[in-house]
Design a protein around this ligand. Structure first.
Ligand SMILES: Nc1ncnc2c1ncn2[C@@H]1O[C@H](COP(=O)(O)OP(=O)(O)OP(=O)(O)O)[C@@H](O)[C@H]1O
Length: 260
């Protein structure tokens, strides 16, 4: 189970002139600080898939980076089971598989070498790494290109390799930041099937997306973040019930109504 409550994170704005026009007008900008995440709470039970939705700049990536220990929050708590992520990030990191939108692969290493390197960082034996890569290679349909250098990879090949790398150590929970963005239909389907497979193993998954059809297909619960605050956190059924007019209308309603 993953439980986040009252999460907040602000960034010091070094050069206000460099802010985007959207950020300059954003009420989260206060003096020299931009309060990217102001009050985010969510809950994802064992074996559930949670879809994190929100407009551009809402604070989804910042929330997921806080959850994955890449950032330290200013306020709030994050629990994975009985592990306190904020106060014990080293233990928490072993439990989390995190796909960030920005992690690069080592271009001169093969896909297999990139994944194996992370396995070693996580203290896995060579035997376990080999077996795990074989399994992930099959599930993510990567066997045909695993032994090529990553610098030759397509976007889809890179994303599959990044996902395999994120979960090589068999984490208890998986956190994916926009895992299907930029992928073609076949690669996106493989990633969706992979998330479904994690769910069947009772591994909770939190992923951010702008694709509402992925939410219908995969999610048990939905959290909407708007301007750094949770405006909806509930089951897919409750989310659908926000409007009788489809998921897009539910999303719009979740922003307007500020339903908690
Ligand atoms: N290091 C930083 N310094 C200053 N502002 C930041 C920093 N990181 C993020 N922000 C701002 O915080 C806000 C939230 O950003 P974040 O990337 O979390 O949004 P998002 O919901 O993931 O957006 P998108 O859907 O576009 O990926 C944005 O306005 C962004 O410009």
């Amino acid at each position: 189970m993953i439980e986040i409550s009252g999460l907040a994170k602000k960034f010091k704005v070094e050069n206000p002139k460099k802010l985007s026009e959207q950020d300059k007008k954003d009420p989260r900008l206060a003096g020299r600080f931009f309060h990217s995440v102001k009050d985010v709470s969510l809950r994802c039970e064992k074996g559930q898939v949670l879809g994190l939705l929100g407009p551009n700049g809402a604070g989804k990536t910042t929330t997921l980076r806080l959850l994955s220990t890449a950032l330290h929050p200013d306020a709030g708590s994050i629990m994975i089971g009985d592990t306190d992520v904020v106060n014990d990030p080293v233990s928490a990191r072993k439990k989390i598989g995190f796909l960030s939108g920005s992690t690069g692969l080592y271009g001169r290493l093969t896909g297999r070498e990139n994944i194996a390197y992370f396995g070693r960082l996580n203290g896995m034996s060579e035997e376990d790494i080999d077996a795990r890569i074989q399994m992930l290679g099959e599930t993510l349909d990567m066997l045909s290109f695993l032994d090529r250098r990553c610098e030759t990879f397509s976007t889809g090949m890179k994303q599959k390799t990044s996902i395999a790398r994120a979960v090589v150590h068999s984490p208890d929970v998986v956190v994916l930041d926009e895992p299907t963005t930029g992928l073609d239909i076949m690669a996106a389907k493989t990633v969706i099937d992979f998330i479904r497979d994690l769910k069947s193993q009772m591994i909770p998954v939190i992923f951010s997306t702008h694709h509402l059809e992925e939410v219908t297909e995969l999610c048990d619960s939905v959290t909407v973040i708007d301007h750094g605050e949770t405006t909806f956190d509930g089951s897919l059924e409750q989310f659908k019930a926000l409007s009788g007019d489809g998921l897009h209308a539910s999303f719009m309603a979740s922003l307007k109504q500020g339903v908690k």
